[in-house]
Design a protein around this ligand. Sequence first.
Ligand code: NAG
Ligand code: NAG
Ligand code: NAG
Ligand code: NAG
Ligand code: NAG
Ligand code: NAG
Ligand code: NAG
Length: 428
Amino acid sequence: MVKFPTRLHPALCALGLLLQYFAFAQNLTDSQSSDVETRLAEGATHPWELGTRAQAILEHNVRAFSVFSLNIPSTSVPSDSSSAIAPVLSIAKGVVNNRTASNGNITGAQPLVADDSAADPASIGPAVLLANWTNLGDGVDYAGAALDQLNFLYEKVPMTSDGAISHRTGELQLWSDFVYMVPPFLAYYGLLTNNQSLITDAYTQIKLYRNYLRDTSSGNLWAHIALGNNSNGVANDPGHWSTGNAWAAAGMLRVLATIQSSSFASDMSSEQDDLANWVFEIHAAMYPHLDTSSNLFFNYADEMNTFLDAASTALLASTVYRLSLLRSVHHYLPDAEKCRETLFMSNSSGLVHFSSDGWLTPVVNPDYFSAEGSDSPESQAFILELQAAWTDWVNDGSQGANGGSKTGSLGGGTIIVAVLSVLWMLLF
Ligand SMILES: *[C@@H]1O[C@H](CO)[C@@H](O)[C@H](O)[C@H]1NC(C)=O
Ligand SMILES: *[C@@H]1O[C@H](CO)[C@@H](O)[C@H](O)[C@H]1NC(C)=O
Ligand SMILES: *[C@@H]1O[C@H](CO)[C@@H](O)[C@H](O)[C@H]1NC(C)=O
Ligand SMILES: *[C@@H]1O[C@H](CO)[C@@H](O)[C@H](O)[C@H]1NC(C)=O
Ligand SMILES: *[C@@H]1O[C@H](CO)[C@@H](O)[C@H](O)[C@H]1NC(C)=O
Ligand SMILES: *[C@@H]1O[C@H](CO)[C@@H](O)[C@H](O)[C@H]1NC(C)=O
Ligand SMILES: *[C@@H]1O[C@H](CO)[C@@H](O)[C@H](O)[C@H]1NC(C)=O
């Protein structure tokens, strides 16, 4: 065992504090973000991955065209944004051009992509609506494809008796993932066509899903999958899947931002209040389960025998910054900051939670939600969304950094302690 001279102890202590300070200052470099984006582009192939990738690119690279800018987007893309938005429009074009072939050349109500999930193809809907809106002039019928997707959801997909649209085509089954895939599309369709009933239905679908999936006996964590009976290959899953809780919170915030951007905002204040409260409800249910030694969530939030998952940790943290920005609800910011600092932490060999080529780790397998996986495209999108939400929050003055109390700033305090410790180290 190595024995240190005792006078080194303060120096080591100072070094530790300095390292802690640099961990606080942690941020992805442009080249690290670009690796994350490249891996996402390579990996995203499933419908929900394409939709999530499009949304992450808008939030991270083309802020003026993301719903979080709280504007109706411009109908023309400024030339300095055209290369940033190109991958989003290219997802829309690829999907719409291939649509009828993938659906067996049918006409009328149909999903954007043939899939067992009724919800996932709709996640690409906002990109398709944006392609129509910005008038690419390439002769592709984006508006027709979006309308067919909308009609498909209402006309061809099973519904509960109270109107919740199924997440699956083959049987009536409700997944928490749905909240990110469908309501943001309905709301965005309503925003761009000035149709309040669609925006209202985005809200109503969320309300219905919450009724089915919120588990009051677990302190309001959402169950992952309700109803259905495995006739379609997926049994229901009453467990509290962390990514599902994060999907739900993130979908609600997109709808909330869309309502705020619309001409119906003042008319829909109680809907906005509900959405904000339901996001907060998920934060309040989830954060007590954050594993304090890793600052990550378990794959099933309240099942400590499941593996640790950085994907859900990233997406949920992004929703804390978004809720703070949209509604000045700051309570869970210190938790989100802890998670972000952990995820973006480096040691001398680079980012601790990423592979050398930029894949987030450890992550749930995106194709098999109860197993640990690697190289998860959705987790790459979550990182961009986290980086974007945090950056927007910093640019807005980091309001509520201490969780809403009036005094104290951890960052500043840490700097002072680190500086004093260095002085101590130099003196002795
Ligand atoms: C994070 O780093 C990026 C790339 O260097 C930079 O553009 C951005 O301003 C930084 N964000 C914050 C909040 O420091
Ligand atoms: C287009 O659709 C066909 C038929 O479903 C499918 O095999 C092919 O992979 C799709 N191509 C793209 C680029 O999505
Ligand atoms: C769809 O149309 C294309 C082009 O006309 C044709 O090649 C293909 O065989 C058709 N597919 C089906 C399932 O009918
Ligand atoms: C498509 O864009 C045009 C304006 O460019 C707009 O008038 C129309 O409502 C849009 N359609 C949809 C379905 O968003
Ligand atoms: C709003 O959208 C719904 C669903 O597509 C449609 O039935 C309704 O006619 C639309 N309302 C207006 C005012 O366009
Ligand atoms: C359960 O499966 C059967 C077919 O095996 C199906 O008829 C029924 O609708 C399913 N129930 C639900 C709630 O999806
Ligand atoms: C840096 O972190 C990685 C991932 O935890 C670990 O494998 C590696 O050993 C660490 N390197 C150093 C120099 O601490």
